[in-house]
Design a protein around this ligand. Structure first.
Ligand SMILES: Cc1cc2nc3c(=O)[nH]c(=O)nc-3n(C[C@H](O)[C@H](O)[C@H](O)COP(=O)(O)OP(=O)(O)OC[C@H]3O[C@@H](n4cnc5c(N)ncnc54)[C@H](O)[C@@H]3O)c2cc1C
Length: 600
């Protein structure tokens, strides 16, 4: 039997596991990344893209915290766009189309650069633990001794793949599920539930009639995800296309509903409501005449395209037929058919705020396995759990981000306090303080935490300081330059349409700096007011609730409130406010109770 010993073991080389092992290795700890296939590390299971509204903010935060995703997204990006560019920065979304294979290669290169990180190809089958983790067993009999383990198994735990009425075991197309790990978790009395998600077919690039499709170009001067990406962009830039389903598509889909695993009850797990399959959209919105389909390239040298918007688990004959009812896809050749995957996940309410399991010290969970969906959410959670292991190994207090300082903080708190009823995706609307969380301010908000743990190399620190200095210089120059009715700074604040003409006098070529500067000018007054308001609200909400608080003894609290609060044991009033069903009236009673105790 082979015996190994590491500071931390990460199970799963998906987006969550990549980020977790990268951060742990960067912090200097010895890490084993156990994953089924080394060449599939960082594989994009679904769409070849990174970012979007909400998700794009998260990628910036990962960069500010010393993570990897932004850097490899920039290196593998083949089209960059700011979504919602006509709206305020708070709700804009930076998104890129990625070269699928290149993204994965960049993740592998980045991990292989660490001498203290070992990639072990194989299957983790059980966790050895009592009240704390002792190690991880692999299928080949290897035992890895460790006190810290992150399970980032994605959609693989007892995964089942559905295409029509045919069901196969699998974690993702062409990859086996992870069954034994599920059983091992159940032996530890961890209860697992089911969720599902799905993906569309992949089509041959040269079988599409692009002539009749709407072209969608990227931004002319694209903004990178990472402040530190240079040169950028690296790969040749390309475009996407847009088409729509037709009345005929509806008819074909309706004809095959009796062979849909979703509508015939084969799939029990709940899927993401905001990212439904085509059959789901057609059944739920019969009055919609058409649905948008984006034809997205899969990579620079790839001969495939990804038809975004027609995810399905209908049988292959239905897919062949409905795809050809879509303009431009009349002759489309399917390379891989769409399918749905159903998998085990653990309710995140079973976790502490550091993403470790309540009751087993050192056992952390991150990514899709705790009920999220999306590469960015998975990466953010991987990074967050790794930060907590770093803190633990250094004997420091757990790492916790507040809702008012990051989307990552919003996501972790939503998950741990509320749990999930369907796969959780990050939207800007989930953040009540989103005015304070736009993508430009991520470094100012978060890089201090990375610096505390030496996760930002010296040259990046220097670069960021120079960057902030240069920002201040531009602000100074704009304030000095007189124009009609005041200075240029005030003029742009009043009239954002002046931005372009201003660029003649102030040649700010870097798109990152330009967007940052104009967003700061536009939001200056508003953000200050908002920050002050948030500070006051938070001061009240972050008051710690006494650990010995007996909710039954608080006069006026209903039995339901007592049960909810006693079960969740919130640390603060803010945490109490996030518990589903806890009413504002109950919160007022709690506030009064704390006030009473303080006066005593
Ligand atoms: C079919 C499909 C459709 C999807 N559709 C969407 C979508 O529409 N929108 C969206 O945002 N997201 C979608 N996703 C989800 C997206 O792919 C995931 O959110 C993301 O990949 C999760 O990252 P992760 O790191 O948590 O897990 P994954 O990327 O799933 O990676 C898990 C890794 O763990 C490894 N692993 C698992 N068990 C073991 C074990 N016991 N031992 C060793 N290694 C193990 C696997 O080999 C894999 O490398 C879809 C995923 C799939 C599969």
């Amino acid at each position: 039997m082979r015996r190994l010993n590491f500071d931390a073991v990460v199970i799963g080389g998906g987006h969550s596991g990549v980020e977790a092992s990268y951060i742990l290795a960067k912090a200097g700890f010895s890490v084993a990344l156990v994953t089924q296939r080394k060449d599939f590390i960082g594989r994009m299971s679904c769409n070849p893209s990174v970012g979007g509204v909400g998700k794009g903010h998260l990628v910036r935060e990962i960069d500010a915290l010393g993570g990897l995703m932004a850097k490899i997204a920039d290196k593998s990006g083949i089209q960059f766009r700011i979504l919602n560019s006509s709206k305020g920065a708070a709700v804009q979304g930076l998104r890129c189309q990625s070269d699928r294979n290149r993204y994965s290669q960049e993740a592998i290169y980045a991990l292989c650069a660490f001498k203290n990180l070992e990639i072990l190809e194989g299957e983790a089958v059980s966790i050895e633990s009592s009240s704390s983790v002792r190690g991880v067993w692999l299928e080949d009999g290897t035992f890895i001794k460790t006190k810290n383990c992150i399970i980032a198994a994605g959609t693989f735990l007892r995964g089942k793949l559905f295409t029509g009425m045919s069901v196969k075991d699998g974690g993702r197309v062409g990859e086996p599920p992870s069954k034994q790990l599920s059983l091992s978790l159940e032996k530890l009395r961890i209860s697992l539930s089911r969720l599902k998600t799905g993906t569309p077919a992949r089509l041959k690039k040269d079988s599409i009639n692009y002539e009749i499709l709407e072209k969608q170009e990227g931004d002319r001067t694209p903004e990178p995800f990472s402040l530190y990406s240079k040169p950028f962009p690296l790969l040749p830039q390309t475009c996407c296309y847009v088409t729509y389903t037709t009345e005929k598509t509806k008819q074909v889909v309706n004809k095959f509903l009796d062979k849909s695993p979703l509508f015939q009850g084969l799939i029990k797990g709940i899927g993401p409501r905001y990212c439904p399959s085509l059959e789901d959209k057609i059944v739920k919105f019969p009055h919609h005449e058409r649905h948008q389909v984006f034809i997205e390239p899969d990579g620079v040298d790839s001969d495939l395209v990804y038809p975004n918007g027609i995810s399905t688990s209908l049988p292959v004959e239905a897919q062949d037929e409905f795809i050809r009812t879509i303009p431009g896809l009349e002759e489309a050749k399917v390379e891989v058919y769409g399918y749905a995957v159903e998998y085990d996940f653990i309710q995140p309410t079973n976790l502490n705020f550091d993403l470790s399991l309540k009751g087993i010290d050192g056992l952390y969970f991150a990514g899709q396995v705790i009920g999220t969906t999306g590469y960015e959410e998975a990466a953010g959670l991987g990074l967050y759990s790794a930060y907590n292991i770093i803190k633990k190994l250094k004997g420091k207090a757990p790492f916790r981000l507040q809702r008012s300082e990051s989307y990552l903080g919003v996501m972790v708190e939503d998950l741990v306090l509320k749990g999930v009823l369907e796969p959780y995706r990050l939207f800007t609307s989930r953040a009540e303080y989103r005015m304070l969380l736009d993508r430009h301010t991520a470094y100012r908000r978060l890089s201090k935490y990375a610096e505390e743990e030496n996760l930002i190399p010296e040259e990046e620190k220097i670069f960021r300081e120079e960057w902030e200095n240069s920002f201040r210089k531009w602000v100074g120059a704009l304030k000095k330059h007189k124009t009609k009715g005041g200075n240029c700074f005030e003029a742009v604040k009043r009239e954002s349409s002046l931005e372009n003409s201003l660029l003649n006098d102030f040649p700010i070529e870097n798109p990152f700096m330009k967007n940052y500067l104009f967003s700061e000018i536009r939001n200056e007054g508003y953000r200050k007011r908002f920050a002050e308001e948030a500070r006051k609200i938070e001061a009240a909400l972050y008051v710690k609730l006494p650990k010995d608080l007996d909710y039954q003894k608080i006069a006026g609290l209903s039995r339901e409130m007592v049960e909810r609060l006693s079960a969740a044991k919130p640390e603060t009033l803010l945490s109490a406010s996030r518990i589903p069903g806890v009413t504002p009236a109950a919160l007022s009673l709690l506030r009064i109770e704390i006030e009473k105790r303080r006066k005593k």
